[in-house]
Ligand binder design. Structure first.
Ligand code: G6P
Length: 306
């Protein structure tokens, strides 16, 4: 594992923070933000956001009741960062597959310790940046050298996440990735996702064949699809609407495990599938990206009120 610091750099000593503080949750270090208008929790492991809420509201993100906060274990819920590959390595294009030396899904970023780069606070906004230097420390899992920098911006408008990857090696770097957002609902059968009408999708549960979406996406059991779309999306649940707007992405993964897969998932309650859906801002399937030496790409999402 790479060396990563639990202590903030001098420029961001805790004394300078008004709204942000360190907290140990389970066995992991996190930054908790308690701003007069909003609150948020970001773990150093995985640069994992598990909580964002305006102060008159509940968590905008779904977090499993049985989530475990342990080194090397992905947290179930919130927004796992899938990087530098998305999903099963075997389902990635050859340029990505040839770099990966593990069957593990979704890359190593979600279980790696990120480094805190900056905390910026103002009366209206809190910004937290973390980085992961994916160098030879990860060579057992992956060949490459890249820097990931993620910035969370929290405000009354919602939360904005920008994940920038820079290729630090001489060779072209192919990567797939996702901001794997878990969103809550009180009832998945009364939940729909708008904005994907007329787009093509690959249904991973139907031999990865292509289909065309007609109208909203409804959920009536296991759903696992990669949509070829970059349109803004609105999730409508019995409690209200949430809007997701992406940048640097031409693919969206929509996932709900349904009742059977729910029982096989780690840290996932048996009935949890009725209360969540993942809408993942991605560079997945044919939307993978190739970066030349020194080149950067930013994948981002803004999550706001509908
Ligand atoms: O259990 P995990 O490795 O966190 O993966 C959870 C899910 O992530 C994605 O959404 C994939 O499309 C699913 O096939 C997978 O089951």
């Amino acid at each position: 594992m790479p060396e990563s610091s639990h202590t903030p750099p001098a420029s961001v000593t805790p004394g300078q923070w008004s709204f942000t503080r360190w907290k140990t949750i389970g066995q992991l270090e996190a930054l908790e933000v308690h701003h007069p208008v909003f609150s948020a929790t970001v773990f150093l492991q995985g640069a994992h956001l598990t909580h964002f809420a305006l102060n008159d509201d509940t968590n905008w993100l779904w977090l499993s009741d049985t989530a475990r906060f342990e080194p090397g274990r992905a947290i179930r819920g919130g927004i796992p960062v899938c990087w530098p590959w998305f999903g099963d390595p075997a389902r990635n294009p050859p340029e990505i597959r040839k770099r990966v030396h593990t069957p593990s899904a979704h890359g190593f970023a979600r279980t790696a310790l990120w480094r805190l780069e900056d905390v910026r606070e103002s009366a209206h906004e809190v910004e937290i940046s973390l980085s992961l230097n994916a160098n030879e420390d990860f060579e057992g899992q992956w060949d490459g050298h890249a820097l990931a920098l993620i910035t969370f911006s929290f405000s009354v408008r919602g939360c904005q996440i920008a994940l920038t990857t820079t290729n630090l090696s001489k060779d072209p770097l192919a990567l797939s990735q996702a901001l794997h957002t878990y969103l809550p609902t009180s009832d998945i059968s009364r939940t729909r996702l708008l904005g994907l009408g007329h787009s093509q999708y690959m249904d991973t549960l139907k031999d990865w064949d292509y289909f065309e979406q007609e109208g909203p996406v409804y959920f009536d059991g296991e759903t696992d699809r990669i949509y070829e779309s970059a349109e803004p999306l609105t999730l409508v649940t019995p409690a209200g609407k949430r809007k997701l707007t992406s940048v640097g992405s031409d693919s969206t993964v929509v996932w709900n495990p349904g009742p059977e897969k729910a029982l096989r998932l780690s840290d996932f309650p048996g009935t949890g599938w009725q209360k969540m859906v993942c809408v993942e801002t991605a560079n997945a399937a044919t939307d993978y990206r190739v970066l030349n030496e020194g080149q950067s790409h930013t994948l981002g999402v803004v999550i706001g009120r509908g």
